[in-house]
Design a protein around this ligand. Structure first.
Ligand SMILES: [Zn+2]
Ligand SMILES: [Zn+2]
Ligand SMILES: [Zn+2]
Length: 258
């Protein structure tokens, strides 16, 4: 199994439009952060977590020509607005895309993208061909992978994170319920959001993310959903051993399944 970071930025992306700060003005490629999403590849199977606003650009940059399913963490715009880009995968690969999400996220998707979910009655150009599938606490088996949906706090919302084999992806997280903590023991890889330096109501900041890493003790950790406060090289150099800032295009091998 292999994880590709398609985007590692917060909701505005980095650089942020209109910002003149040194990171947004930086030429360093690791300071360019598209909206957060990962692609999990297990052999030929391609599992996408969230259809970010930048999905088209992300698939072009990484030559992604196959998507087998999408798992959604929640319905915020930066995590769902690329849903239209599924159309090309449906058209060229002659497939439909299963969308796995909580009941709340599915309801929000159906409301925001009514034309996709109206059973082909939309007029005009093609729409994404999707099959919504509700997830609850039960494990999913997809493409030879066991996936455990887990609740995490995102401000006052409860959203989904996912444990895939011995890898966990926690984006847009500001608190971890005890039950989820129990399910996050014995990880090889933890991917967790670290928005910036300052405390924030809906995201962990750097010190809080490092505290979670210290408690859960995964073998390796990667920080994502990053805002424009972090100059990549500067902040990365300060991190503990086995903790790194993720960057767009980063790939990690997780070995254990095919
Ligand atoms: Zn987000
Ligand atoms: Zn900036
Ligand atoms: Zn969010």
């Amino acid at each position: 199994m292999n994880i590709l970071f398609l985007g590692t930025g917060t909701s505005t992306g980095v650089p942020s439009l209109c910002c003149t700060c040194p990171v947004c003005q930086s030429d360093h490629w690791k300071n360019k952060r598209l909206r957060s999403s990962i692609l999990i590849r297990n052999g030929e199977y391609h599992l996408l977590i969230d259809t970010s606003s930048d999905l088209r650009q992300q698939c072009l940059a990484n030559k992604i020509a196959r998507l087998d399913a999408v798992l959604y963490t929640h319905h915020h715009a930066d995590h769902v607005n690329g849903i239209d880009e599924l159309r090309c995968f449906n058209y060229f690969n002659k497939t439909r895309t299963p969308l796995y999400a909580s009941a709340e996220t599915l309801a929000q998707l159906k409301s925001s993208f009514q034309y996709i979910f109206s059973n082909g009655k939309a007029e005009g150009g093609g729409v994404s061909q999707v099959d919504p599938i509700e997830i609850n606490g039960e494990a999913l088996e997809l493409g030879g992978l066991t996936i455990l949906p887990l609740d995490v706090e995102h401000g006052r919302m409860m959203i989904k994170s996912f444990r895939v084999q011995n890898v966990a992806y926690l984006t847009d997280c500001s608190g971890i319920p005890d039950k989820t903590r129990e399910a996050l023991q014995g990880l090889d890889v933890l991917i967790i959001n670290a928005l910036g330096f300052n405390a924030h109501p809906t995201h962990f900041c750097l010190s809080q993310s490092l505290e979670v890493i210290e408690q859960l003790k995964p073998k390796r950790s990667y920080l994502t959903h990053i805002n424009h406060q972090f100059d990549h090289e500067t902040v990365n150099a300060t991190l503990p051993e086995n903790v790194e800032l993720a960057y767009d295009g980063m790939e990690i091998n997780c070995g254990n399944s095919i």
